[in-house]
Design a protein around this ligand. Structure first.
Ligand SMILES: Nc1ncnc2c1ncn2[C@@H]1O[C@H](COP(=O)(O)OP(=O)(O)OP(=O)(O)O)[C@@H](O)[C@H]1O
Length: 305
């Protein structure tokens, strides 16, 4: 059986702005209904990739297809198949939530006879039914983002492109936004640029860009497992001498801040014996996280947002 057509198929994609190589040979295939997180430090090329996939920017080199349609050769076909939720909402403050969705329905050519039902469903889906006739400008940040999401996903795109969609939202508003995304998973693939590791952990796959190149690509579990052993964090009055003492016991120990970090395949077995040492005040064990993956692959910690 032939493989299903990928939601996104980017091959050897490159793009330069003047002297800045924003993308430098990116290969990325997103399968239908797959949810992929795009991580990377500021300036690593995430937005550039999303702009190219949404036909807002023509690639300098390489090929990109959305649901089998080339972004350069068939931009109209691509635009019908992508849903875009970018950093600054594309909404007019003066119209109501319902009007915003009606305009979008017309734009994406939903048949007239279906518009009212589709708008109603989108309002319900986004939890906006009781604010349908409120002006966009009067909605809270969280509701406005959910409306923008409902607008972007209204035509059930094969590929939803989201660029740091929850930036600036409080944790409750972020959860509500993700619930809407979760409900729409079966509609198509989702490619989500984010700086938030817990958002990345909710994805099937995590792709990390750095300097316009893919430096990691895998499921969250595979990426963290590849880091190897659990970390043990030890509190001590004198972290330097504790680390030195542990190294004489052939342990991989180093001082990080005012604590000692020990990485070992036997981390869990070591906890009891480390507790018994008089020079150890406390021990905590920590499995590798996506933040550790990011720090290892990129060489520095993820940016706080
Ligand atoms: N229109 C432009 N003109 C000039 N340089 C640009 C332009 N757009 C992006 N760049 C540069 O290209 C590089 C990649 O930018 P891009 O916005 O894709 O990164 P990003 O990973 O999305 O960053 P962030 O996390 O800050 O959103 C950066 O060095 C950026 O300054």
């Amino acid at each position: 059986m032939a493989a299903p057509v990928a939601a996104l198929d980017a091959r050897d994609l490159a793009h330069r702005f003047g002297d800045v190589q924003a993308l430098d040979g990116v290969d990325l295939v997103v399968r239908p209904t797959e949810r992929v997180a795009l991580l990377g430090p500021n300036g690593s090329g995430k937005t550039t990739l999303l702009r190219i996939a949404s036909t807002r920017l023509a690639p300098e080199a390489g090929r990109v297809a959305v649901a089998g349609h080339d972004v350069v050769a068939a931009p109209d076909a691509v635009r019908q198949r992508v849903g875009v939720v970018f950093q600054s909402p594309a909404l007019d403050d003066a119209i109501t939530a319902r009007e915003a969705l009606r305009f979008q329905a017309a734009l994406v050519r939903i048949p007239r006879s279906e518009i009212a039902a589709r708008v109603g469903a989108a309002l319900d889906d986004a939890g906006l039914a009781d604010r349908a006739d409120s002006r966009v400008g009067t909605l809270s940040g969280g509701l406005a983002r959910r409306l923008d999401l409902a607008r972007g996903l209204m035509h059930r795109p094969a590929l939803a492109l989201l660029d740091e969609p929850t930036t600036g939202l409080d944790p409750l508003a972020r959860d509500a936004f993700w619930s809407v995304l979760d409900r729409r998973r079966a509609d198509g693939a989702q490619l989500i640029a984010t700086h938030l590791m817990d958002e990345a952990a909710r994805c099937d796959r995590v792709v990390i860009l750095d300097g316009g190149r893919v430096v990691a690509d895998g499921t969250p579990d595979a990426l963290t497992a590849a880091l190897g052993p659990d970390a043990l964090w030890l509190d001590a009055d004198d972290a330097e001498s504790l680390a030195a003492a542990l190294r004489t016991d052939a342990l991989h120990a180093r001082v990080v801040g005012d604590r000692v970090l020990v990485r070992s395949d036997r981390a869990r077995d070591l906890v009891a014996s480390l507790y018994e040492r008089p020079d150890v005040r406390g021990v905590s064990i920590q499995p590798p996280t996506l933040a550790d993956v990011f720090a290892t692959r990129v060489g520095r910690a993820p940016e706080p947002t």
